[in-house]
Design a protein around this ligand. Structure first.
Ligand SMILES: Cc1cc2nc3c(=O)[nH]c(=O)nc-3n(C[C@H](O)[C@H](O)[C@H](O)COP(=O)(O)O)c2cc1C
Length: 398
């Protein structure tokens, strides 16, 4: 099984990650990761930082001659803000004593970790909270998880996503886009992300995209921010990943955590989860058929997971993101030192990060699936796993 850890502050020198447990023999070059890091920066509604941070990974270990060697993969992404010393970040974020005179931040921003963070860690400066709670961390998360994504690709498992709506503008129900998404995903879910990436907001319909972009412009001119929702689809997932035998082995629970672990994500839905709470069972549960010697379903309202186990249908999971908490429109807060009630001060920020969040979600979901695949198959090298995967493909076909 694989795991990863990240470290790094938003305006520190670099973000670093370690991916452990990746089998040997996986072809891996920095471009496999950089392509997804670039996608994370794109999208209408992103703030000023997207203009000067060009994220590229450096491997320090675990890869030799463009192949993994089974040992931990250490990854670094530089923060251009620090390296170019914009706004004096090398002093503000100094790891030695040289930043002693830096002014403390004392106004906690509602919707951020600021107040709970200083209370928890007993800081008198909010800066350390801001720096680590920031979604800048998702850059190195995407990097670590993109290694898992490369592993999945070897076994024909693909991950893609598209945005459903931003600030209430977009698709209203899954039925409106289900046919389009399913037909794109017949060629594998990577087609889905490539199609969605053609739009500045990652919405598949051109007219809806335009309306959504207008909505974002309006929010920007109002000094406001927007949330939204998106869908991640995984195709080629074999039957039998995850299990019902213990709570923490349920695949649906792991998928949900992968979404909710991303900054600002407030709800998650697997398959038609929301609708299934309203409609009768006869409309919701997916009838089982046997087609060309393989068990299948006539529909996929379960989103590819039943009883905590992948059932061979595409995995479908939706994430719901709250509006960005940093806005030009001020919010009420209380200074932690003077204890005066005041309004918050604007800092550089996105108007919406839903398109970016959807690409981060693709990555975190890929990691969960890769981990479940390795849990199921074991194996230390790609060749060994391939043999087991081929046997699995024949044994689960029914
Ligand atoms: C990719 C991405 C980019 C984000 N960019 C910003 C931003 O520029 N400004 C901001 O205030 N919040 C931004 N956020 C949202 C905050 O990180 C999030 O609202 C904050 O961490 C609090 O959410 P939580 O309560 O879920 O931790 C972003 C989130 C993601 C996923």
């Amino acid at each position: 099984m694989i795991r990863y850890l990240t470290a790094g502050e938003s305006h520190g020198e670099a973000l670093v990650g370690i991916v452990e447990g990746m089998p040997a023999g996986l072809e891996l070059v920095t471009e496999d990761i950089d392509v997804h890091l670039a996608r994370r920066w794109r999208g209408v509604g992103r703030g000023g930082r997207s203009k000067f941070e060009t994220d590229n990974v450096h491997f320090y270990s675990g890869v030799r001659f463009s192949k993994t060697i089974g040992s931990p993969i250490a990854i670094r992404i530089d923060n251009a803000a620090y390296l170019k010393d914009r706004s004096g970040w090398s002093v503000i974020m100094a790891t030695d004593g040289s930043g002693g005179g830096v002014e403390a931040i004392t106004m906690p921003r509602p919707g951020h970790a600021d107040l709970a963070g200083v209370q928890k860690y007993r800081f008198d400066d909010i800066r350390p909270v801001i720096e680590r709670a920031s979604a800048r961390e998702t850059a190195v998360r995407v990097a670590c998880c993109s290694v898992a994504r490369k592993l999945l690709k070897v076994f024909g498992i693909e991950v893609g996503s598209h945005v459903i709506q931003i600030g209430g503008v977009g698709w209203d129900t899954p039925q409106e886009y289900r046919g389009m998404v399913d037909s794109i995903c017949e060629q594998g879910a990577e087609q889905l992300y490539k199609r969605a990436d053609r739009s500045g907001v990652r919405i598949l319909d051109d007219q809806l995209s335009e309306r959504c972009i207008e909505r974002i412009k309006k929010a920007k001119s109002d000094g406001d921010s927007l949330g939204g929702s998106y869908e991640v689809v995984v195709t080629g997932v074999p039957v039998g990943l995850g299990s019902y035998v213990q709570w923490d082995r349920r695949l649906d629970g792991q998928l949900a955590q992968a979404i909710l672990s991303i900054q600002g994500q407030k709800a998650v839905e697997i398959g038609d989860g929301l609708m299934s709470a309203r409609e009768p069972g006869s409309a919701i549960h997916d009838p089982i058929i046997r087609k060309d010697g393989i068990f299948s379903r006539t529909q996929n309202r379960a989103g590819g997971v039943e009883g905590g186990i992948s059932n061979g249908m595409p995995i479908v999971i939706r994430g719901y993101m709250k509006p960005i908490p940093t806005m030009i429109k001020p919010l009420e807060s209380v200074d932690i030192v003077t204890l005066k009630q005041q309004t918050t001060r604007y800092e550089r920020s996105d108007v919406t990060s839903v398109p970016a969040a959807s690409t981060v979600a693709e990555a975190t979901i890929a990691f969960v699936i890769a981990n479940a695949l390795l849990e199921k198959l074991g194996g230390d090298s790609i060749d060994e796993i391939q043999e087991r995967f081929d046997r699995l493909s024949t044994t689960v076909s029914g």
